[in-house]
Ligand binder design. Structure first.
Ligand SMILES: N[C@@H](CCC(=O)N[C@@H](CS)C(=O)NCC(=O)O)C(=O)O
Length: 226
């Protein structure tokens, strides 16, 4: 069978991206299918919002309240321990995630094997510990918790300022916009001879599986997301 590629566009500022990432990676391991390739695409959600003319759910008061409840329900359903942020407005809209996502992009360009572990540790810092991921010391903690040496972690933080890295993050973001993305996580399915198909949300992995005729193994397996 011809190769099916699934581009997973995510941003660590987005808790739903974390869930989508874990669920997709678990499915990929369970499928163990050489005709399916997951391509991790660190993306800048702020750029997606701007480029698509969308607004983050948090700017609508009711959606922010709902998101808090939704995350709690997701915790109850899985073994995740997501916390609502103590100051969501500052964390999500003033501080953002660009430095973290640029550093992860630098890893993707040079050491892609660390991207999965590091991304998860960055999500933990913000969405479990409510820590400031614009602070380099917090990012260092995340990178070293993922197994990087201090020197290597520092190197990636420095690389985050490089033009090629900034351009690559922009490129991933534009690629998502071109496919019609307006939020995260987004999954773009690519197959030779077929139009690209975009799926928005961790809760649409079931439909993605149906589209690709791949087994869906649930949002959580025996209560575990991982
Ligand atoms: N139902 C989706 C919601 C995902 C979601 O709300 N993502 C936010 C970022 S954390 C977003 O991009 N929202 C844009 C929108 O809802 O239009 C899911 O469960 O994954």
């Amino acid at each position: 069978m011809a190769l099916r590629r699934i581009a997973l566009h995510y941003d660590c500022i987005s808790p739903y991206s974390w869930i989508g990432f874990e669920v997709m990676m678990r499915h990929s391991r369970m499928w163990n299918d050489p005709t399916v390739r997951i391509e991790l695409k660190p993306t800048f959600l702020g750029g997606i919002m701007k480029g698509s003319g969308n607004k983050p759910p948090g700017v609508v008061a009711g959606k922010m309240v709902y998101m808090g409840r939704d995350l709690q329900r997701l915790n109850d359903f899985t073994d995740m321990e997501l916390n609502m942020l103590s100051d969501p407005f500052t964390t999500l809209f003033k501080k953002g995630s660009i430095k973290a996502m640029r550093a992860i992009t630098a890893m993707d360009m040079t050491n892609p094997e660390v991207v999965e572990r590091v991304s998860i540790e960055v999500w933990k810092q913000i969405w479990i510990h409510d820590r400031d991921i614009t602070d380099e010391a917090i990012l260092m903690d995340a990178f070293t918790s993922a197994g990087l040496t201090k020197n290597k972690a520092k190197e990636f933080l420095e690389m985050a300022g490089a033009k090629e890295v900034k351009n690559k993050l922009k490129e991933n973001t534009e690629e998502a916009l071109d496919a019609g993305c307006f939020g995260a996580p987004s999954f773009i399915v690519r197959q030779d001879g077929e139009d690209d198909k975009m799926f928005f949300g961790q809760d649409r992995i079931e439909l993605l599986c149906h589209q690709l005729e791949l087994p869906y193994h649930g949002a959580a397996k025996e209560g575990k997301i991982f």
